[in-house]
Design a protein around this ligand. Structure first.
Ligand SMILES: Nc1ncnc2c1ncn2[C@@H]1O[C@H](COP(=O)(O)OP(=O)(O)OP(=O)(O)O)[C@@H](O)[C@H]1O
Ligand SMILES: [Mg+2]
Length: 208
């Protein structure tokens, strides 16, 4: 379970879709749960990168769902009762939830929010699927998710950031691994771009 954190427009949804596309290309079944964008919008977004979601949806290789944050209680209950069964019966190997920040907003109470998130992560783990949850970051601390919760439960945390170079005024997108359980990983900050083919990390490059 990996948390993908970043402020608006840093490519969280794109990277989530890209992760599923790779799975689909390997013949894996995938699920995308959107709390933000409508299904049509997700399909259109993907199409702008040349990723066809319509075909895998018809072939039942991809499950694309929109949950309404306004319908909080039903949504949460449905996730709890149906998600694990559904992931298993769908045979999903990859699951993306975009975004967990919106899911958390359904709770007014901090402890409720916490227990629900731990619960969801537990549920996702039992399915055996690899999952990505996206999260927005705090305005005042862009290294922490809005709720400051998911980074503790996640096995891995990736941070997408958009930094402005003070001298040139140019904006650069950077990615770093803040956490990855059970692995040694680089802590270097790497630049990436959002291209017509999706997200490309310039692993060999240094920033600025
Ligand atoms: N086809 C494309 N080719 C290149 N860049 C694109 C393309 N489509 C979108 N982008 C870039 O990707 C950005 C949006 O990416 P994405 O929607 O994945 O971000 P996000 O982190 O999910 O944002 P939000 O928090 O608003 O949901 C756009 O602002 C734009 O700069
Ligand atoms: Mg998004």
């Amino acid at each position: 379970m990996v948390l993908l954190m970043g402020s608006f427009g840093t490519g969280k949804t794109t990277l989530g879709l890209q992760f599923l596309m790779e799975g689909l290309n390997e013949g894996e079944h995938c699920i995308f749960i959107s709390l933000e964008e409508d299904k049509d919008s997700v399909v259109k977004n993907a199409a702008s990168f040349g990723w066809d979601l319509k075909k895998p949806i018809t072939k039942k290789e991809l499950g694309l769902f929109k949950l309404e944050p306004s319908d909080a209680k039903t949504t949460i209950n449905r996730i709890k009762s149906e998600l694990p069964k559904f992931v298993k019966s769908f045979g999903a190997k990859r699951v993306v939830i975009d975004s967990v920040s919106l899911l958390n907003m359904m709770f007014s109470d901090e402890s409720e929010r916490r227990s629900n998130l731990f619960n969801l992560c537990q549920l996702l783990r039992t399915t055996g699927a690899t999952s990505i949850l996206t999260a927005e970051v705090k305005d005042e601390n862009p290294r922490s998710s809005r709720d400051g919760l998911a980074e503790y439960t996640a096995d891995g945390v990736l941070l997408l950031q958009s930094d402005e170079n003070r001298d040139s005024g140019e904006v650069q997108l950077t990615v770093r691994v803040l956490k990855m359980r059970r692995t040694t990983h680089s802590r270097r900050v790497k630049p990436y771009s959002i291209t017509d083919d999706g997200i490309v990390v310039h692993a060999g490059a240094e920033i600025f």
